[in-house]
Design a protein around this ligand. Structure first.
Ligand SMILES: O=C(O)C(=O)C[C@@H](O)[C@H](O)[C@H](O)COP(=O)(O)O
Ligand SMILES: [Zn+2]
Length: 362
């Protein structure tokens, strides 16, 4: 078992990574303090794992909310539905919410936990690779608006993160690839050695080789835990985790959250950020190409989808949460493995980058 810690004084919490964790009900039960539990899941995940999670909670009052899958469900209406369910349960401050699913379920459930009675306990049980390596850790919770991703949210840390890597066996291949984009991100921003390891293990990662994928998850969670412990609310270098996201979120928003998956949009966004870094003379063209090659090996998209206009994407980027005084702040590269926050990049440069669209065609 990998046992990591997110160190945040009284709000520190463990990340447990192990095959078969869902069949160790005592681990989950030990994390629940009160009598009431609300499990939130989606229609893909619930039929597979809800019974296993419920099995260990037989002595408690457990309600379940199962919603359709997909980013379009991460909205204020679903948030309202959870608030009304908690009211109907007469849930008090000792209720525990459990997020059983991917990033959408984790972000939505975490936001509901942050808001119900101004904050209650919640547990992350991520079942997608993307949620395991990224969104279940660090306490960013949110819902989307049509105007932009994650615009309504809160920082609210989970009480624990339970990662059962066996759940990856039922994950569609496209979702595996989308999760790998966020794994590549850690190498790209912090750790050139990890990036090289990913290049060497691309095939085993795609094949979900148990040892290789467990190591990739643990190394990703370790990077995330360290940066969150240093900068919980993104006043400084936590923003580096947003590499590729200013572009990626604009793509997701422009597509009405129904096009590329989040990880796929981040893959395109990372390549745009690398391209812009190279064009600004900050990083090299060779580094940009190396990132493109790894993303292509992992069968991730590397170009802005056809039909999305550069000017429209730029308009969405103007509502990014990192912006200050109306200026777009981007995460760019000094070199592969060395990202930094770049304030005040000229919009004309960003527009040209969007028009180039990422990797060369063909
Ligand atoms: O945890 C973070 O910090 C991140 O930026 C991780 C991202 O991969 C994640 O997609 C996050 O939800 C984006 O947050 P946002 O603040 O850009 O909405
Ligand atoms: Zn992300």
């Amino acid at each position: 078992m990998h046992h990591l810690t997110v160190s945040l004084a009284q709000r520190s919490y463990p990340i447990l990574i192990e095959r078969g964790l869902l069949h160790r009900p005592e681990l989950l039960r030990a994390q629940i303090k009160g009598r009431h539990v609300l499990i939130v899941s989606d229609q893909h995940v619930a039929p597979l794992y809800l019974d296993a999670v419920r099995a260990g909670l037989a002595d408690l009052v457990v309600e379940c909310c199962v919603i359709p899958a997909g980013e379009r469900e991460k909205n204020l209406d679903r948030f309202g539905q959870l608030m009304h369910m908690l009211a109907a349960m007469k849930a008090s401050r000792d209720v525990t919410l459990i997020a059983l699913g991917g990033g959408v379920i984790g972000d939505l459930t975490g936001f509901a936990a942050a808001c119900w009675m101004r904050g209650v306990r919640f547990i992350q049980i991520p079942t997608t690779l993307l949620a395991m390596v990224d969104s279940s850790v660090g306490g960013k919770t949110a819902v989307d608006l049509p105007q932009g991703k994650n615009l309504v949210g809160a920082f609210h840390q989970p009480a624990t993160v339970l990662i059962d890597t066996d759940t990856l066996a039922t994950l569609p291949a496209r979702e595996v690839r989308a999760g790998l984009a966020e794994v590549v991100k850690y190498g790209a921003i912090f750790d050139a050695e990890f990036f090289a390891w990913l290049e060497q293990h691309a095939e085993s990662l795609l094949a979900l080789d148990p040892g290789v994928i467990a190591e990739a998850i643990a190394r990703s969670c370790q990077h995330k835990a360290e940066v969150v412990a240093r900068d919980e609310t993104e006043q400084g270098d936590r923003a580096l985790l947003n590499f590729g996201h200013t572009f990626g979120h604009a793509i997701e928003t422009a597509d009405g959250y129904g096009g590329l998956l989040h990880g796929e949009a981040v893959a395109v966004g990372m390549l745009l950020a690398a391209d812009l870094s190279a064009h600004l003379g900050l990083a090299t063209q060779a580094e940009f190409e190396r990132l493109g090659q790894l993303l292509q090996c992992l069968q991730l998209p590397t170009r802005v989808p056809d039909g999305l206009q550069a000017s429209e994407l730029l308009r969405h980027m103007r509502l990014d949460k990192k912006n200050v005084s109306g200026q777009i702040r981007l995460i760019l590269w000094r070199a592969l493995g060395q990202a930094f926050v770049a304030p005040g990049v000229e919009e004309t440069e960003i527009l040209r980058c969007l028009e180039r669209g990422g990797a060369a065609r063909g």
